[in-house]
Design a protein around this ligand. Sequence first.
Ligand code: MN
Length: 136
Amino acid sequence: MSTLKQPQRPTVKGPAEWFTGDVYFNAYYAGEEPSRTRLNLVRFTPGAHTAWHRHAVGQTLHVTEGRGYVQSRGEELIELLPGDTVYTPAGEWHWHGATGDNFMCHLALWESPGPDSAEPETTWGEKLTPEEYPGP
Ligand code: MN
């Protein structure tokens, strides 16, 4: 094995069942066993955000641009600015996205739970209600 340049992959629109508003992502890395690492760049347009979801092995977000939010269920809203890094533990329900008046781009780093796990990498739940999304 030697160092290999990876193929560039196209920007993909986030599926409407997982996101409110327009979200685009690029999958930069999806490791093959024994690596289970995944790295995406996710771009949220103003007001766009994920549905409630959880990651089997947790997730780290690193904000590269704009203004956004992340919130775990039942916990305080966290405002995100460029340079911020946040970690959401395994199995914790949460959402993330842009503020109502700005784009927000983050790198998302997470892992697959592995081939023997019954649990998917990400479990998706309900969309946020208008009352749950804080707006601008
Ligand atoms: Mn997440």
